[in-house]
Design a protein. Structure first.
Length: 94
């Protein structure tokens, strides 16, 4: 079943977004993106909207890559600990 479009507002522009997620999720993403844009606008002077969007995209991508790295590190740490625990269990099992 096709979901109805969700109306969002980013940098004083309205968009209709149709996605697989529910409306609350789409609105949360829009708020996050809009917040990033506003952060950049508040911390820089005279940037065009295009440059603001590019910097926000870069910032969001940077956060995403850091989270992926953190997740990969966590998974690796869990695997290493599981291997250690398994070897300890194997060493005491007759």
């Amino acid at each position: 079943m096709e979901k109805k479009p969700v109306r969002i507002r980013i940098l004083d522009h309205e968009y209709l977004i149709r996605g697989q997620e529910n409306e609350e999720h789409i609105q949360a993403i829009a708020e996050f993106v809009n917040h990033k844009f506003r952060e950049i606008i508040d911390n820089t002077d005279g940037l065009s909207e295009r440059k603001t969007v590019i910097l926000a995209a870069f910032d969001i991508a940077s956060e995403y890559f850091q989270l992926r790295k953190d997740c990969d590190d966590l998974v690796s740490n869990i695997r290493n600990r599981a291997e250690i625990l398994n070897s300890r269990i194997d060493s005491i099992t007759p």
